[in-house]
Ligand binder design. Structure first.
Ligand code: NAP
Length: 437
């Protein structure tokens, strides 16, 4: 049997401790599958005394993950610290430069430094595997990088943040407010004490930037993503969506258009009957549309110790199965030097249907004025409905418009016009409608 693969794990938190546990509990299966043993020979975290729930006594302790990355006592450096700078970046860089394979679950790091790290990995002939960085346990990276050769991707989109999907699912199922659902998510450990990163779309954007690169062969450009979070989604939106046959989901969408690649993260309305609308709670899903395959939807657990460890262990096993001298495939599907600069499509040129909810003064002429603003901007309406804004608001009405395909620019001009007409009593709500099978 080949020599054991020696793994060093940096970061022994939720994911790191789970990875150590799975490697211990599944050692016989892994040895059979890989044709060699996989052993944890080194570990690093901040607190050497903390109980990790798994005996790591046989592994050498390193206070400094960079020193562990450089030691000749490991073959694979597994980075599970998190963060896009500091110890995670310096240790991954050091490991690759020292000729160690790297496995990471760190989307923030890849969104910022992925291309440079891929260049180093390819130069050194080592693997940089990151299956757990996007959609946790769902094998989307492998699917896009390995199983779809020859396909041209037209659109990739998904529910990439379990916290947001949990909140939106409960708002719809139980009629609760955004704030009440967020508090529950925090109590149950689905949301951080500071939830901004999740609910404002940053986490989804990091993951989307990696998927975009794989889908379109572009350099990662996480800073170029149009982003809106879910904090202004109200019960009125959820109810109106349901009445119209839609469900609201926070999606990350990357799409090839005539003017470039659109990358956007925002609440969307998807048809209630579509497959992605059935993805509830903390579950993640990724849809990939290609010319040869058609539409593929992968769904499953997007976070949590075990699900994430499953992806990390899969990445480690791939390294255990690879043989010295074997030429590894490029990190982002194409050699890092061939990844093209990203040609950004302006959000104003986005084409699609729109849901617009307006709260207006209940007075003569308002309805006609709204319809005129729409017509002036060549927006054709699928429906326009007016009803009382609520039991305590006799002097206000709600107007809900659903447009046929139009552009973001036209909608913004129309809504700006309506706002200037001084008929609104509240901020207008605009939610894009996403085509989904
Ligand atoms: N949690 C999930 O469900 C999930 C899902 C997908 C991807 N990820 C990604 O996986 C990574 C880890 O997430 P996590 O939830 O496991 O984080 P976590 O529970 O906060 O664990 C982080 C670990 O890093 C260690 N650490 C921090 N600074 C360090 C330093 N300077 N040197 C050495 N170790 C250091 C901490 O040590 P101490 O324990 O001693 O403080 C801790 O063990 C992140 O990139 C995250 O985005 C997580």
């Amino acid at each position: 049997m080949a020599e054991a693969l020696r793994v060093g794990i940096a970061g022994l938190g939720t994911v790191g401790a789970s990875v150590a546990r799975v490697l211990r509990d599944k050692a016989p299966e892994l040895t059979r599958q890989c044709g060699r043993e996989v052993v944890v020979s080194a570990v690093s975290a901040r607190d050497p005394k903390r109980d990790r729930g798994v005996d790591l006594g046989a592994a050498k302790w390193f206070d400094d993950p960079v020193a562990m990355a450089q030691t000749a006592e490991i073959d694979v450096f597994v980075e599970l610290i998190g963060g896009d700078e500091g110890p995670s970046h310096s240790s991954v860089k050091a490991a690759l430069e020292a000729g160690r394979h790297v496995v990471t679950a760190n989307k923030a790091l890849l969104a910022k430094h992925g291309v440079a790290l891929a260049e180093t990995a390819e130069k050194k002939g080592v693997l940089l595997n990151y299956e757990a960085a996007v959609a946790g346990g769902i094998p989307v990276i492998k699917t896009m990088r390995e199983a779809m050769a020859g396909n041209s991707v037209t659109r990739v989109f998904g529910i990439l943040n379990g916290t947001c999907n949990y909140i939106l699912t409960r708002m719809e199922a139980e009629g609760l407010s955004f704030d009440a659902c967020l508090k529950d998510a925090q109590r149950l450990g689905y949301a951080e004490a500071d939830p901004t990163f999740d609910i404002e779309g940053h986490d989804t954007a990091h993951k989307l930037s990696i998927l975009t690169s794989l889908a379109f062969g572009t350099r990662i450009a996480a800073n170029n993503i149009y982003m809106e979070g879910i904090s202004n989604i109200s019960q009125a939106d959820i109810r109106a969506a349901g009445d119209l046959g839609y469900r609201i989901k926070l999606l990350g969408v990357a799409q090839r258009t005539e003017s470039g690649i659109e990358q956007r993260v925002h609440p969307t309305m998807v048809p209630t009957a579509s497959v992605i609308a059935q993805v509830h709670g903390v579950t993640n899903a990724v849809a990939i549309e290609t010319d040869i395959l058609g539409e593929l939807l992968l769904s499953g657990p997007g976070a949590g110790g075990n699900a994430t460890a499953s992806a990390v262990v899969g990445d480690i096993a791939d390294i255990a199965k690879s043989r010295p001298g074997f030429q590894h495939g490029p990190v982002f599907g194409l050699p890092a030097k061939e990844l093209r600069p990203y040609k950004k499509a302006q959000m104003r040129s986005h084409a699609g249907g729109y849901f617009i909810r307006l709260t207006v003064h209940d007075r003569i002429g308002v309805f006609a004025a709204i319809a005129k603003r729409m017509a002036d901007n060549d927006i054709s309406l699928e429906s326009i409905v007016q009803h009382a804004a609520g039991p305590d608001t006799a002097l206000q009405k709600t107007v809900i418009l659903v447009t046929h395909e139009t552009t973001e620019a036209a909608v913004r001009r129309a809504v700006d016009g309506i706002t200037r007409d001084d008929h609104l009593t509240d901020k207008p709500q605009v939610i894009r409608i996403e085509r989904a099978e």
